[in-house]
Design a protein around this ligand. Structure first.
Ligand code: GAL
Length: 321
C-alpha cells in the first residue's frame, strides 16, 4: 500500500503543471518610431521565445497609439474589456498617466510602464502612481545618463568641440517631444556635462524635431544656413533626428569630424555604422533588448502574483569609434 502511494506521489510530481494561457496587451505610443519599432519587435519575439520554451503561453496583442492620447485611451478600454491579464504601456502623453493607470488598477490588471517615464508634479519627484501600487512599475533608462554621455563624448574630443578655437563650444540642439522626459533630460544633461567639465558653451539654436528624421534634417539645414561655420556641434536627442541632421550636414558641404560634430542617442544599427566610418561623432546605446526583456520579465512576475519593484533601470552605453 505504502509503495503504491509513494508511486502515485512520484508520478504526480513528475507530471507537468497545467499550462496557463495569458493575454498580454501592449500599447505602443506610435509604431512609426525607429527606436520603438526595435523595442516592440524584441518584446514580441522574447514573449514568443518564452512561450515556446516554457509551459505557459503568452498571447500578445500589440496596438499602435498613433501618437494620439484619445486613441490610446480607447485601446486601453478595449484591453480591459478583452480581459487582458497584464498590460505593457508606452504612454502617448505622460501627463495622462494618472487617469489611465487608475483605470487599469481599478480593474485589477497589472501595468508595466515603458520608455516614457511619468514624473511627479515637481518634475524630479517620482510618480506616485508607481510608488503607490505593487502592480504598477516603470521599466526604462535614466535619460540623464544619455545626455551626460553625449556631453562627455564632446568633452573627450581633442579640441573639446571648439573647432574654431574661440574658447567656446557653439552648438545647436534638436529636441524630441518636449513633453517627454527623455527629451528634457538629454537637452539639459548633454550641456551640463560640458559646463561641469569647465567648458564655455554657446547655444545658437534649440528646436523641437519630435524624434523624427525629416524634421531633424529640416531643422539642421535651417540652422546651418543661418549660422554657417559657427555651428561646431549638433546635438540630437535621438538617432532618427541625427540621421536627418547627417543628410543636412552633407548637403551643406560640411564634414563630420573635420568642421562639425554630430551626436545622437539610441545606437540604431545605421548610426553605429556611421560612428564607425566617421559620419557621426558618437551615439549612446538605448538598450532596447535589455529594456524589452526587463519589461517582459516584470510582466511575468506580475502574472505570477509577485509584488513589483517600483522601478527597473537599464543602463545606457556610450558609443564612439
Ligand atoms: C526615446 C528614444 C527616441 C524615441 C522616444 C519615444 O527613448 O531615444 O528615439 O523612441 O524614446 O518615446
Amino acid at each position: 500500500m505504502l509503495f503504491v502511494l509513494a508511486l502515485v506521489f512520484v508520478l504526480a510530481c513528475a507530471l507537468p503543471a497545467a499550462a496557463k494561457d495569458y493575454k498580454v496587451g501592449v500599447a505602443i505610443y506610435q509604431f512609426d518610431d525607429n527606436f520603438m519599432t526595435l523595442y516592440r519587435n524584441e518584446l514580441q519575439s522574447y514573449f514568443e521565445e518564452l512561450s515556446a520554451a516554457g509551459e505557459d503561453n503568452y498571447n500578445v496583442t500589440i496596438v499602435d497609439g498613433k501618437n494620439d492620447m484619445a486613441e490610446q485611451s480607447n485601446q486601453i478600454d478595449n484591453f480591459i474589456t478583452q480581459g487582458m491579464d497584464v498590460i505593457i504601456l508606452n504612454l502617448v502623453q505622460t501627463s495622462s498617466a494618472d487617469a489611465i493607470i487608475d483605470k487599469i488598477v481599478a480593474n485589477e490588471i497589472p501595468v508595466i510602464l515603458i520608455n516614457r517615464e511619468p514624473m511627479g508634479t515637481d518634475g524630479d519627484e517620482s510618480y506616485a502612481g508607481i510608488l503607490d501600487n505593487a502592480t504598477v512599475c516603470y521599466v526604462g533608462a535614466d535619460a540623464r545618463q544619455s545626455g551626460t554621455f553625449q556631453g562627455e563624448i564632446v568633452a573627450e574630443l581633442e579640441n573639446h568641440g571648439d573647432i574654431n578655437g574661440d574658447g567656446k563650444i557653439s552648438y545647436i540642439m534638436i529636441e524630441g517631444d518636449p513633453e517627454n522626459i527623455d527629451a528634457q533630460y538629454r537637452t539639459e544633461f548633454s550641456i551640463k556635462a560640458l559646463v561641469d567639465a569647465g567648458y564655455e558653451v554657446e547655444c545658437l539654436d534649440d528646436q523641437v524635431g519630435n524624434w523624427a528624421q525629416a524634421k531633424g534634417q529640416e531643422l539642421c539645414a535651417n540652422a546651418l544656413s543661418k549660422y554657417g561655420d559657427a555651428v561646431e556641434v549638433v546635438f540630437c536627442n535621438n538617432d532618427a533626428m541625427a540621421l536627418g541632421a547627417a543628410a543636412a550636414i552633407q548637403a551643406a558641404g560640411r564634414k563630420v569630424g573635420e568642421d562639425i560634430y554630430l551626436l545622437g542617442v539610441d545606437a540604431l544599427a545605421e548610426c553605429v555604422e556611421m560612428v564607425n566610418n566617421g559620419e557621426m561623432t558618437g551615439t549612446v546605446l538605448n538598450d532596447h533588448v535589455g529594456q524589452s526583456h526587463a519589461a517582459v520579465d516584470a510582466a511575468i512576475a506580475a502574472l505570477n502574483g509577485e509584488e513589483l519593484q517600483n522601478y527597473y533601470w537599464v543602463d545606457y552605453v556610450k558609443v564612439t569609434k
